[in-house]
Design a protein around this ligand. Structure first.
Ligand code: DMJ
Length: 463
């Protein structure tokens, strides 16, 4: 009798505890756990209309400039003359989404106004991934030779940045004079050219672009530490590292991304080896499972010790790379952390201390990487969990970042205070990856393309 009483009480207690656990599940966790499937056709329509809405903001407030400032309803140029960053970055998205009127507006602007024979210094990396990258994907999608002519003109100006003693490019180059500046650079700004340059080589028949971009990557990689890691800052004249901090975050991220993607796109064994051995070092030293999930921290390139438990919105790309490389299990684990980073605040911070889950840098720059990784994982697994992640994140974008005119970055994800900024990658990547995720392959075949780091797609096959 006594025993039966204890058993009854224990069962009751277990029942109460599990009921409590169920009821304390956060609303988003309940959505993730239920069996429902997001209405992806409706989401595609919604993303497309948000794209048109954001383009309208550019048209009304910043026509002909690089970017729109959505709160002040003003415009912004990166340099003394506009390079039409937003129209170029937005163009292939308009083509994919069937926004024909907007596509024609952007194209007309580009053909009427874009020129590169201008005496101004530009940041090699940013102009390459956005402008060169955008022109080349527009050429592949539209087959209009004017895009390729412009890409070649730009490529021939940017390539002068590689004229350094080590073959690693300077950060800045003058488009008219070819004068370079900025010998202290970083792996991302040294090793994120081979996709654009390789595609330019493919379409012009001149191998020099691919060769010069690959040489820069190899020359950087040859300076890795004995344990196979690279630092975050290096002098391109002397080849000396100026920072030995090693991570997958901004400043290094797309070097790894390009080693992997270019090895596939150009079937290149040396780049494959570069990716494989880099991945071994990353997983051995940076992967950190001590704090409720899988994260990648910041280590020193020489001893591999974790120095900073930091991970951020830029790092979220790595789940996509892992999935593409075939490690679906780690990719899934990392995407759970990416999603946790987002949902902890309702939108992700620029950088997080994953040991405390407190923001280090609290802004949100309208970045795409979390959507990108959800898209890749959905393509590789067809697990609706990733559609649900995308659905929840997209709702947050509308809730917190949408303004009367366009979308805004956030100064602080904890207060949701807005910033007067809408970078061109919001079109090129954030909304495009959301669209492609919800498209579920209905109109666009993931397996036929490789995306550059700004989400401009190129055909895998040369034919
Ligand atoms: C983009 O310009 C590119 O994805 C780059 O590789 C990293 N930063 C932004 C988006 O966050």
């Amino acid at each position: 009798m006594k025993k039966a009483g204890i058993l009854f009480l224990s069962l009751l207690l277990i029942g109460v505890i599990s009921l409590k656990a169920q009821t304390t599940r956060l609303p988003y966790e309940q959505i993730m756990d239920n069996d429902e499937r997001p209405d992806t056709k409706a989401l595609v329509t919604q993303v497309t209309s948000m794209y048109a809405f954001a383009w309208d903001a550019y048209k009304r407030c910043a026509w002909g400039y690089d970017d729109v400032r959505p709160i002040s309803r003003t415009s912004h140029n990166w340099y003394s003359r506009s390079l039409l960053m937003t129209p170029i970055d937005a163009l292939d998205g308009m083509i994919l989404m069937g926004l024909t009127k907007q596509k024609e507006e952007a194209e007309k602007l580009i053909f009427d106004r874009l020129k590169f024979d201008v005496d101004m210094e530009v940041q090699n990396f940013e102009v390459s991934i956005r402008v060169l990258g955008g022109l080349l994907s527009a050429y592949e999608l539209e087959k209009d030779h004017r895009f390729l002519d412009m890409a070649k003109d730009l490529g021939d100006r940017l390539i002068k940045s590689f004229d350094s003693p080590t073959g690693m490019p300077y950060r800045y180059v003058n488009l008219a004079t070819g004068k370079t500046r900025g010998e202290i650079s970083n792996p991302a700004e040294i090793g994120t050219y081979i996709i654009e340059y390789g595609i330019l080589s493919r379409h012009t028949g001149d191998p020099k672009y691919f060769d010069i971009a690959k040489r820069a990557m190899m020359n950087l990689y040859s300076r890795r530490s004995p344990i196979g890691l690279i630092g975050s800052s290096i002098n391109v004249e002397t080849g000396e590292w100026t920072s030995t901090s090693s991570h997958i975050s901004g400043g290094i991220d797309s070097f790894y991304e390009y080693a992997l993607k270019a090895s596939i796109l150009f079937n290149d064994a040396e780049l494959h080896e570069m990716w494989q051995s880099s991945l071994e070092g990353i997983n051995k030293f940076m992967k950190d499972t001590r704090f409720n999930g899988t994260w990648y921290g910041h280590v020193d390139m020489n001893d591999g010790q974790i120095k900073k438990t930091a991970y951020g919105s830029l790092d979220a790309f790595f789940a996509a790379s892992l999935a593409m490389a075939g490690d679906i299990e780690t990719a899934r684990e990392l995407q759970e952390s990416n999603f946790k980073m987002w949902m902890t605040f309702g939108i992700e911070p620029e950088q997080l201390d994953y040991s405390t889950m407190k923001p280090i840098y609290p802004s949100y720059e309208l970045r795409p990487e979390n959507f990108e990784s959800a898209y890749y994982l959905y393509q590789y697994t067809h697990d609706k969990r990733y559609l649900k992640m995308g659905d929840l994140m997209f709702r947050n974008l509308i809730q917190y970042c949408m303004d009367e005119v366009g979308f805004c970055a956030l100064a602080d994800v904890t207060t949701k205070e807005k910033k007067d900024e809408m970078e061109s990658f919001f079109f090129a990547e954030t909304l495009k990856y959301a669209f492609l995720l919800f498209d579920e392959g209905r109109t666009f075949n993931f397996n036929e393309v490789i995306f550059n780091t700004e989400a401009h797609p190129y055909k895998r096959s040369a034919h």
